[in-house]
Design a protein around this ligand. Structure first.
Ligand code: FE2
Length: 245
């Protein structure tokens, strides 16, 4: 499996607290069947994003972990006005492996039309948005048809694996189920932050998704699709979402 959203780099955001924890997270992921992890540190008001420094840390992780796991660098990109200004100047500073796919995260407090427009216009910068965890966003939970519309327009939708298995409560779980039922989920990711509360485990979510949308689609969400994203390729599984209730 391929995990495109994780906070495995130590001591740079609210993810891993130490190299010991980072290496343990990678071992857990490997034992779960994950072969490639994308480290996606936050870029927001609290955690400034220094691509060069993160690249150096990722190289150190490759050296420390050794063989058996591949790593890439991305960013958990918060859709703020300030971030967007920098993105326009440096479109590939935040994307996965510097390719066309950019993780985007919305605020829980509101999604102004200008920010929504900016997401839909990322194509002008040569970028494809990968919307992270809409099922956990309190604004979107109340208006999931918005997410279906975005998916119809080509936005990639990434759901947190542990939301499907109940870690984020009933509302997030129901939202994740609804998006899956409407064929509007393309990728499942761990969004791992540690080894206990938010561990890098995907297999349970893949199995839960298979119950809802079938084994083949669930497999695409942890394998073919995230692999294509890492490689900067079109997604092999991108069905038209089923609109309506
Ligand atoms: Fe994240």
């Amino acid at each position: 499996m391929f995990d495109i959203h994780s906070h495995i780099l130590p001591e740079i955001d609210d993810g891993s607290k130490s190299w010991e924890m980072t290496l343990e997270m990678c071992r857990m992921a490997q034992a779960d069947g994950i072969q490639h992890m994308v480290a996606t540190p936050h870029a927001n008001e609290r955690y400034p994003y220094d691509r060069d420094a993160h690249e150096i840390r990722l190289s150190e992780l490759r050296a420390r972990f050794g063989s058996g796991m591949e790593f890439s660098l991305g960013c958990d990109f918060h859709m703020s006005y300030e971030n967007l200004q920098d993105l326009k100047l440096h479109p590939h500073r935040y994307s996965i492996g510097g390719n066309r796919y950019l993780l985007v995260e919305f605020s829980n407090y509101g999604i102004p039309p200008q920010i929504e427009d900016a997401m839909m216009r990322l194509g002008d910068l040569g970028l494809t948005p990968v919307l992270t965890h809409p099922e956990r966003n309190t604004v979107l939970q109340q208006n999931l048809s918005r997410v279906l519309r975005w998916a119809e327009l080509g936005c990639v939708v990434q759901v947190t694996g542990s939301a499907l298995t109940g870690r984020w409560g009933q509302r997030a779980q129901q939202a994740a189920h609804l998006l899956l039922e409407h064929q509007a989920v393309h990728v499942l990711s761990t969004d791992a932050h540690d080894t206990t509360s938010r561990p890098p485990i995907l297999s349970a979510a893949r199995d839960a998704a298979a119950e809802i949308c079938g084994a083949e689609a669930a497999q695409a969400m942890v394998n073919g699709n995230p692999q294509a994203i890492i490689q900067g390729q079109p997604l092999p599984y991108f069905p038209k979402p089923m609109m309506g209730s």
